[in-house]
Design a protein around this ligand. Structure first.
Ligand code: FES
Length: 125
């Protein structure tokens, strides 16, 4: 069996939603100290819906594929749903990741959590 699913390879080669949202409502940046990879998520939220999401990932192929898939999973969804996105759901949507690459999907979950936290704190101001 190939190490990576076709979906992982597809999202790695043609990542969706790469880039920056200049006037983002929430921005989250996380990193993994062990591998040194960094992921940044930008959210545009309107009426409680994730209207747009973009990411920049300085990291491995699985991290790029995970961020790409994570953006697809939350785009157009209510904030509440985005908040519940788990790294397992990201990995499943990619048709699986090797065990030792699961931490890459954790980065995607954490980046979205951080961006939503930033959004919440800005809203309270
Ligand atoms: Fe670190 Fe993939 S090896 S996020």
């Amino acid at each position: 069996m190939a190490l990576y699913s076709e979906k992982v390879m597809d999202h790695f080669r043609n990542p969706r939603n790469v880039g920056v949202i200049e006037d983002a409502d929430g921005v989250g940046e996380v990193g993994n100290a062990k591998c040194g990879d960094i992921m940044k998520m930008y959210l545009k939220i309107e009426d409680g819906i994730v209207k747009d999401v973009k990411f920049e990932t300085f990291g491995c192929g699985s991290a790029i594929a995970s961020s790409s898939m994570a953006t697809e999973l939350i785009k157009g969804k209510p904030v509440e749903e985005a908040r519940q996105l788990t790294n397992q759901a990201v990995a499943e949507a990619l048709d699986g990741l090797p065990d030792y690459k699961m931490h890459c999907s954790v980065l995607a979950q954490e980046a979205i959590e951080a961006a939503l936290k930033d959004y919440e704190s800005k809203k309270e101001e």
